[in-house]
Write a protein of this length. Structure first.
Length: 344
């Protein structure tokens, strides 16, 4: 990222490349399995092979803020900005993984990791601010396009705006003729390939005889909290526990209980990383299942899944006190006891 009149270094794959930065017009928009596993959030599959493990959840969260800025975009942009090396300060003062200039950081930084400080060197704060700012820029360039003062793919324009400022997009009607900015967009678009994976597992499981759904995890794990009224372990509120909790270790695969279509795959503050699958009409009722608190997701919205398709990995995201799978069944939009459906 560059800012008003100065030189900076764009870090590519850990190597500093000296470039001449064009003027930046400071702008604050509207705030808003294995190595080949595809992880998604809010659309766009992330292959975490080249993402440091401690940053995967933040990349997924930042990539779920808006449809244009997907997790692979966030990851590829961090590579271009800092080479995944935190603690860097560019010659003109851009800081951290996402290389925020102090003036820009003041408008976008928040205490996203909850450690009591707002710091561009805190990876969670930086990556989430990057997602918010990217999404604001995407909305801004969309407005330019609607007004007929800019043209081009929204993602390309947003990335160019991150580097050169939205004023440059408006001035030139698209990506500005700056060699460094054009190279920045190309570098990120090229790097996205290694951070992108598409879930292709069609599911090879079967529904046991006499049941309507298969187990959403392998083996015979204990039910650590059944469906029914209870005191919520995080909020302390006496309320309906809308599903079944299975005691399964972090990173174990979460499986589709029945074939269907993914209607949601992303972040929810309470449920964490969540997938919802619609199974259509069963016995005259519309049935969906949900898979919650996962450490990562393996499918995107619109994916067709079969019985046993890996939809994500067990985790402890959202309102959770430890690794487990919270599995739910919805009948005509209302939560019902999953036990009869899976024969438990």
């Amino acid at each position: 990222m560059s800012e008003e009149g100065g030189g900076a270094a764009m870090w590519v794959a850990g190597a500093a490349v000296a470039v001449v930065m064009m003027p930046f017009v400071l702008f604050v928009g509207v705030s808003g399995g294995g190595a080949d596993t595809g992880l998604t959030a809010g659309g766009g599959a992330l292959n975490p092979k080249n993402v440091p493990p401690e940053y995967v959840t933040w990349v997924l969260k930042a990539g779920s803020i808006c449809p244009t800025i997907t997790p692979p975009v966030i990851a590829a942009q961090i590579e271009a900005e800092s080479g995944w090396i935190n603690g860097r300060t560019s010659p003109v003062g851009a800081q951290g993984l996402s290389q925020f200039m102090p003036g820009t950081w003041a408008g976008w930084g928040k205490d996203d990791d909850g450690n009591g400080r707002i710091d561009p060197f805190d990876p969670g704060d930086a990556i989430m601010a990057q997602g918010r700012y990217d999404c604001a820029l995407a909305r801004d360039v969309e407005r330019y396009k609607e007004r007929g003062i800019a043209s081009g793919p929204t993602l390309d324009l947003a990335l160019a705006a991150y580097n050169a400022g939205p004023g440059a997009i408006e001035k030139y009607g698209g990506i500005p003729p700056y060699r460094e900015t054009q190279g920045y967009v190309v570098a990120i678009k090229n790097a996205m390939a290694k951070y992108t994976a598409i879930a292709t597992d069609p599911g090879s499981g079967t529904i046991p005889a006499g049941r309507q759904m298969a187990m959403p995890v392998r083996g015979n794990p204990p039910v650590t909290s059944p469906y029914g009224m209870r005191v919520h372990p995080v909020t302390g509120v006496h309320k309906l526990h809308t599903g079944m909790d299975f005691g399964v270790g972090e990173g174990n695969p979460v499986l589709a209980a029945r074939e269907g279509t993914v209607t949601f795959a992303g972040w929810n503050p309470a449920y964490g990383n969540r997938v919802i699958i619609s199974h259509g009409s069963i016995g005259g009722a519309q049935i969906s299942t949900t898979y919650n608190h996962m450490s990562a997701l393996n499918v995107g919205v619109g994916a067709q899944v079969g019985v046993g398709t890996v939809v994500g990995l067990v985790g402890s995201t959202g309102y959770s006190t430890g690794a487990h799978l919270h599995f739910e069944v919805q009948q005509n939009g209302q939560y019902v006891n999953p036990a009869p459906w899976i024969g438990r």
